[in-house]
Every structure is written in structure tokens, then in C-alpha cells.
Design a binder for this molecule. Structure first.
Ligand SMILES: [Ca+2]
Ligand SMILES: [Ca+2]
Length: 228
């Protein structure tokens, strides 16, 4: 009986494990197919699900399809919405870590697929988070490497003009007030990096994270290929 139970448990574990691998690969696979059609190599981008983190989610809530606030067409039908701080702003809160290995050496630009849920507040609220990167890299944009190793505000492109309750790219960093930058990291092949996303404004959601090689993929191309 014990042997039977053990075998059963092993089969169950295997099944769950395979299921986990399959679901975590779907978004990457979708992008791989689209990239292949555009002759883009798999080593020129990195895609990570926001909800796939080992960090304690803190004030980030996992939103699924059955939730009344669910914004449709999310990858894996899952994403994270930040429920700490205030809709306007707040200090870095509930850091989420994402480890990845650079598939090749090159300049990789950061973009997040995001949405805001205003509930009647101003349209430039609920639209940002903080990001930082740890590891052996240098900045490849006009921000300094030091700036990129510390929490920096990262907001939706177009700021108040981005419609709410829709998925929209965030690829704009703001250092001083109303001074905008791109975030581009000069990464080294096979090095491991940790990207940290922390909450800033409440009701801001992150679906997935993309880093793409700016020497191989144009911004316009990236924004189309990596949109579901
Ligand atoms: Ca804002
Ligand atoms: Ca997702």
C-alpha cells in the first residue's frame, strides 16, 4: 500500500511539475514564434512573467480571470496588481525579484506590459512602479550605471494619455521631475542578473517583462512582436 501511494504521489508530482513547465513556457513560446517569423533570434530577447517570482508578493495581488477587476488579454491570464501606497505615489514597497541570465552580450532595453485602474482618479495616477538591476552591467542609455542600480521610477509611455484598463507598454524612466529616459543595460553573456520591481502607485498592474537587444530589434518592432 505504501509503495502504491508513493508511486501515485510521484506520478502526481511529475504531472504538476510538467504542467508548471508548460504554463511557464507559453508566453515565451508565443514570442518565440512571432520572433521567428520576423527573423529575430531567441538570444536577442528575454521575456519573464510578472507573476512568476519567488519573492514574497507583499502588497502585490495576483489577479486572475475570475476576478472582477481582471483586465482581459493578460499573458497566462494572470498578472500582479499593486495594492499598497496611494494611487498618486509612495515609497518603494513590496520588492519582487526576477533572476535571469543574459543570452548574449549586448544592449538590452527594458519594457513592462502594464495597466492602470483609476477608479475615478487623475489619469496620471496608478501608472508607475520602481525598477532596479543588480549584476555585472553598465548603462547603455543617458542614465548612469549607478542610477540603474537604485530604484528609479518607471512609468507608462504617454503618461496620462494611456487609456486605463488596457495593456500598455511602460518603457519610460523618470529621474528628475518630467525628465524622461530609456533604460538600456549593457549585459554580458552568461552573467546572472536580478531585476527588482517595487510598488510605487496603487492599482498599477504588471503582466510581463521584456528585455530586447536594441542592435537587432527596433523599438517599433519590439512593441509589436512582444504584444500578445
Ligand atoms: Ca504617476
Ligand atoms: Ca502574466
Amino acid at each position: 500500500m505504501f509503495v502504491f501511494k508513493t508511486i501515485l504521489a510521484l506520478i502526481k508530482f511529475r504531472f504538476i511539475y510538467i504542467l508548471l513547465i508548460l504554463t511557464s513556457c507559453t508566453t515565451q513560446n508565443t514570442f518565440l514564434k512571432k520572433a521567428k517569423k520576423s527573423n529575430i533570434s531567441t538570444v536577442d530577447f528575454i521575456a519573464l512573467e510578472a507573476e512568476n517570482t519567488d519573492s514574497n508578493k507583499g502588497k502585490w495581488q495576483v489577479v486572475e480571470e475570475s476576478n472582477t477587476n481582471y483586465v482581459k488579454d493578460a499573458s497566462q491570464k494572470l498578472y500582479l496588481e499593486f495594492m499598497g501606497n496611494k494611487p498618486i505615489t509612495g515609497k518603494p514597497n513590496s520588492p519582487l525579484e526576477y533572476k535571469f541570465t543574459a543570452p548574449k552580450s549586448g544592449k538590452f532595453k527594458l519594457m513592462l506590459m502594464t495597466s492602470k485602474r483609476l477608479e475615478g482618479v487623475r489619469s496620471d495616477w496608478c501608472n508607475d512602479a520602481f525598477v532596479k538591476l543588480n549584476g555585472d552591467f553598465e548603462s547603455a542609455s543617458s542614465l548612469s550605471t549607478e542610477d540603474l542600480k537604485k530604484n528609479i521610477k518607471f512609468l507608462q509611455d504617454g503618461n496620462d494619455e494611456a487609456p486605463e484598463l488596457k495593456w500598455h507598454w511602460a518603457s519610460t524612466a523618470e529621474k528628475e521631475r518630467h525628465t524622461y529616459y530609456q533604460i538600456v543595460y549593457n549585459l554580458k553573456e552568461k552573467e546572472e542578473y536580478t531585476l527588482t520591481i517595487s510598488g510605487r502607485s496603487q492599482r498599477f498592474s504588471v503582466d510581463y517583462i521584456v528585455l530586447f537587444n536594441v542592435d537587432k530589434i527596433s523599438e517599433e518592432q519590439a512593441k509589436t512582436i512582444f504584444k500578445l
